[in-house]
Every structure is written in structure tokens, then in C-alpha cells.
Ligand binder design. Structure first.
Ligand code: ADP
Ligand code: MG
Length: 243
């Protein structure tokens, strides 16, 4: 289990996460929703320690970080291997083919042989429906295809959790569906996923749990059904506006 306890994150004078506590279970899909600026991206970046909390505790299985203590870079980068990140703007390596993007991490970081990494990458590209595009470069792929390569690349590192930050916000509606389908398949296979999205219809389809973040604090965290049938005025207003 991934556990955050009393986490505070600030930038300059602005406190973004405020005594934030939540546990994230493995083999589930948790969807984080909330208004722009509520701290959703900051939360994802804090989970994999791209942001450092000013105080609080972060636990994943046997690993524990207690802030504001400083930790060696090696310990932090080892911890980060538990997380794969999928960004709004795909952020593929432009000079590598789809296959090249997927095998880069396993070869460089996990020290897999090129043969083994390639074999596995082909299976993953097949899984995201891109077996035919293995040799294409990012600029030869649509946004939806690029994002599916990015998901295959994240999976290739065999992380504990995949973190998605608005994975379809940069896509036209007709390309959004193909990416959502891949994330939905992974949810069905009980991959461990934490997904930030504004698409509440999609959230409803894939989420085991919903975390509603407002102003750096948890407004709702529980079963998705409970969120979408909530009588709470704030939640009702938010879902009405977004769906
Ligand atoms: P969301 O993803 O929910 O839209 P963010 O986590 O991106 O929200 O941002 C929350 C707040 O933190 C915003 O006010 C934003 O300006 C601020 N913020 C985020 N990252 C930084 C940063 N690196 N430096 C300064 N302020 C930041
Ligand atoms: Mg954001």
C-alpha cells in the first residue's frame, strides 16, 4: 500500500497540499478529480518525490520517508522506480521509434538485454494496439498513438503504480477514446493506477475509488459509486458542471 500522512507541500509562500492524508491500494484504479489549481498534479509529483513535502510521511510497502529529513538521491531514485508516469503531452523521446521509446528504460535502468527488452516491448505495443507502429517515430504518430506508446513505455518498467496526469487533455475527442480504452483495460486487469482526469464520465467507468481534491485537501475519498450518488452540495455542483 502507498500511504501519505499529513503531507504539506508549499511553493514560495503558497501552501498547495495541506495536511494531506490518503492511502492508495494496489490492484485498484483511483481517480483524482478536482478544480484546476487544487493540487492534483502536485499530488502526483509528490507521490513519486518530484516534489518534496515540507512535512509529513510517505510509505510504500517497507519504504518510508519522513520529511523534512533529506534522503540520499540514490534512495529517492530507487523509490521512484515504483512509479511510471504518463503525462498530458506524452513526452516521448523524439529521436527514438515507438519500440525504441519502450526499450530505453528497461535497457538503461533495469539493465535488461536488448533482446529481452525488445521481446517484451513488442508484447506491450501489441497490448496497446500498436504492434504495426513499432518502427514509427513520434512525429509520425497521432497524439492518441503517442500516448499509447507512453503507456507501453511506463508498463515496460514494471512499476508498482502508474500515475497519469490528465492523459487525454491534449487529445481531440476522436483520439481520446483509444487512450481511455487502454487505461480501462488495465483497470480491468487490476493494474495499480492513479489517474488525474477532468473526464468524469471516464472516471465513472474505471474508478474503484474517487479522490476529490479541493484547495489541497481531501473533500471526498471513497468508493466511486458513493461519489457519483453523493448528496453533498459541493460534490453535486462539481459533477453537474463537469458531466
Ligand atoms: P492542478 O493540477 O490541480 O491544476 P497544480 O498541482 O498544478 O494543480 O497546482 C496547484 C497550485 O500550485 C497552483 O496554484 C500552482 O500555481 C502551484 N504550483 C504548482 N507547481 C508549482 C511550482 N513548481 N512552483 C510554484 N507554484 C507551483
Ligand atoms: Mg494539473
Amino acid at each position: 500500500m502507498l500511504s501519505l500522512k499529513d503531507i504539506n507541500v508549499s511553493f514560495d509562500q503558497q501552501q498547495v497540499l495541506k495536511d494531506f492524508s490518503a492511502d492508495f491500494n494496489e490492484n485498484q484504479t483511483t481517480v483524482i478529480v478536482g478544480p484546476s489549481g487544487s493540487g492534483k498534479s502536485t499530488l502526483l509529483r509528490t507521490i513519486n518525490l518530484l516534489n518534496y513535502p515540507t512535512s509529513g510521511t510517505l510509505n510504500l510497502n517497507q519504504t518510508s520517508f519522513v520529511f523534512p529529513k533529506q534522503y540520499p538521491a540514490k534512495e529517492v531514485s530507487h523509490y521512484r522506480q515504483n512509479f511510471g508516469m504518463v503525462f498530458q503531452n506524452f513526452e516521448l523521446f523524439p529521436h527514438l521509434s515507438a519500440l525504441g521509446n519502450v526499450i530505453e528504460g528497461p535497457i538503461q535502468v533495469l539493465k535488461q538485454s536488448k533482446t529481452a527488452a525488445t521481446e517484451k516491448a513488442k508484447v506491450l505495443l501489441e497490448q496497446v494496439g500498436l504492434a504495426q507502429k513499432a518502427d514509427s517515430f513520434p512525429n509520425e504518430l497521432s497524439g492518441g498513438q503517442q500516448q499509447r506508446v507512453a503507456i507501453a513505455r511506463a508498463l515496460a518498467m514494471e512499476p508498482e503504480f502508474i500515475l497519469y496526469d490528465e492523459p487525454t487533455s491534449a487529445l481531440d475527442p476522436e483520439l481520446e477514446g483509444e487512450v481511455l480504452k487502454v487505461i480501462k483495460d488495465l483497470a480491468k486487469k487490476r493494474n495499480s493506477q492513479i489517474v488525474v482526469t477532468h473526464n468524469l464520465n471516464f472516471a465513472k467507468e474505471i474508478a474503484d475509488h474517487i479522490l476529490f481534491l479541493e484547495d489541497g485537501q481531501v473533500n471526498y475519498y471513497g468508493l466511486a459509486e458513493g461519489f457519483f450518488s453523493s448528496k453533498n452540495e459541493r460534490i453535486k455542483n462539481f459533477t453537474k458542471k463537469m458531466m
